[in-house]
Design a protein around this ligand. Structure first.
Ligand code: FMN
Length: 182
């Protein structure tokens, strides 16, 4: 099975999760290709992979701009190549887990939902089955935003994702691969 671990991270929280995903997959004795998105101009052929983890921090309710630019570029390319077809028929054994790290200061998880749904759509269009949508809390780290890590909808989220959050990621990766990989 070819596994892709694709992510965007501006302040490092999603990167912690992505590296934990990579570590767990390797501990399971499987290979994984980890790709950090740095620009929408990158070349990534997601169709080479039959299991994908894709994640981003949430910024203004959406994933990072480089990730959205890459998704848009890939969608255009795969439409032109007729890999995206009307009714999006399922590809057999092609699965994706979509996740975000988010702070949720204003409306909690609701302000992260659009980001996860956005990221899932490229893969859903391509016929991948979305087998997981994970929401992982991530503290606000940039200057001027740090006070949002206390007193919002999620309470005190300083230090998140915590060791406990990352242990939870490990368990979920093990479970999902057990369930959906051959
Ligand atoms: C500029 C900026 C905008 C943000 N906007 C949102 C938002 O709309 N909703 C949300 O839940 N979290 C928001 N956050 C919090 C981030 O999603 C959270 O800290 C996340 O873990 C950052 O991921 P990263 O460290 O991988 O970049 C924002 C953070 C920053 C810095």
């Amino acid at each position: 099975m070819n596994i892709l671990n694709l992510y965007f991270s501006f302040t490092g929280n999603t990167e912690k999760v992505a590296l934990k995903i990579q570590e767990t997959i390797r501990e399971l004795g499987r290979n994984v290709e980890t790709i950090k998105i740095i620009s929408g101009d990158m070349e990534v052929d997601v169709l080479k992979y039959d299991f994908v983890f894709v994640g981003s921090g949430v910024y203004w309710q959406l994933p990072g701009i480089p990730l959205m630019e890459l998704h848009r570029k890939l969608l255009r390319k795969y439409v032109a190549e007729v890999e995206v077809k009307p009714a999006s028929p399922r590809r057999s054994s092609a699965n994706v887990v979509v996740y975000c790290t988010y702070g949720g200061v204003h409306t909690g998880i609701n302000e992260a939902v659009p980001a996860v749904k956005y990221m899932g759509q490229l893969f859903d269009h391509l016929g991948y089955t979305i087998v997981g949508e994970w929401y992982i809390v991530g503290e606000y780290k940039t200057e001027g935003f740090r006070d949002r890590s206390i007193g919002g909808r999620l309470g005190d989220i300083r230090g998140r994702p915590s060791e406990t959050d990352l242990r939870d990621v490990t368990e979920k990766v093990k479970g999902i691969l057990k369930a959906f990989s051959s």
